[in-house]
Design a protein around this ligand. Structure first.
Ligand code: ADP
Ligand code: MG
Length: 239
């Protein structure tokens, strides 16, 4: 029987994550990074872009939660992030800027607004030659988890766009759980969680799904450090 040829990988550059994924995220995948506030979603997604920039891959960050200035202030100092050298590879925009540029003023994101948003994203990804896209978070674009038709519409269109551009995406969400409709449409899920152990609140990371990759499904303890996300321990039973 012929072996399926291995998918090309987007090496995230986050060593522990690449190990879990067996090399990286299969290129052009849409990966949902989900978890409650404070679990390290933004840290992981931002490092994904910075590591890409270090490796010569341009990235786009669409932030919906914070003003651009506030976001940059809140990013903890990563020892390997040299803004002078890497800043030109990273394009950071707020969703509001993107919508304003498209002339979209209404708060409601329906199919026509989604079409315009995807067109704007495509222009941005194409003009910056971005190989990595992060949207942090998608909760304002897809506010109704139960509206599977609309959510699937957006994710399918986004997937088509990413395939055309050869771009790999991380979508951050605090609301879309792995077993939600959104979780079933995306190509991969990275689940970030808290774990209380002996009075400490640890952070964990787990990959329940990643199309095109032979990956670990174990839960790992992570540390957020100035050297980035460190995957420290493999949790075993009895903890
Ligand atoms: N590299 C880092 N070093 C130390 N602390 C960090 C680092 N990155 C993030 N943190 C802290 O961890 C917390 C959660 O990180 P964040 O990525 O913002 O979580 P989320 O996006 O899931 O809400 C924040 O309070 C932040 O200050
Ligand atoms: Mg965040």
């Amino acid at each position: 029987m012929a072996m399926a040829s291995e998918r090309e990988k987007c090496v995230t550059g986050i060593e522990g994550l690449d190990n879990i994924l067996g090399g990286g995220i299969p290129t052009k995948n849409i990966v949902l990074v989900t978890g409650t506030p404070g679990t390290g979603k933004t840290a992981l997604a931002f490092e994904f872009l910075v590591r890409g920039a270090i490796g010569g891959e341009n990235g786009v960050l669409i932030t919906t939660v914070e003003a651009k200035s506030k976001l940059l202030e809140n990013i903890p100092p990563l020892v390997f992030y040299d803004e002078k050298a890497l800043g030109k590879r990273l394009t950071i925009m707020t969703l509001r800027d993107l919508l304003d540029e498209a002339g979209i003023s209404s708060g409601k994101v329906d199919e026509p607004v989604m079409d315009m948003l995807i067109t704007m994203l495509e222009k941005l990804v194409s003009s910056t030659k971005a190989k990595r896209l992060v949207i942090d978070s998608i909760d304002t674009i897809l506010p109704d988890r139960k509206n599977e038709r609309l959510n699937t519409y957006f994710l399918t269109k986004l997937s088509e766009m990413l395939h055309g551009q050869g771009t790999t995406a991380i979508l951050v969400s605090k609301a879309a759980s792995a077993d939600s409709g959104i979780g079933s449409v995306v190509d991969g899920i990275i689940q970030m969680s808290n774990l209380e152990r002996k009075g400490d609140l640890l952070r964990t990371m787990q990959v329940p799904k990643m199309k095109g990759a032979a990956h670990s499904r174990a839960k790992f303890v992570i540390d957020l450090t100035t050297a980035g996300v460190l995957v420290t321990t493999l949790l075993k039973g009895g903890i």
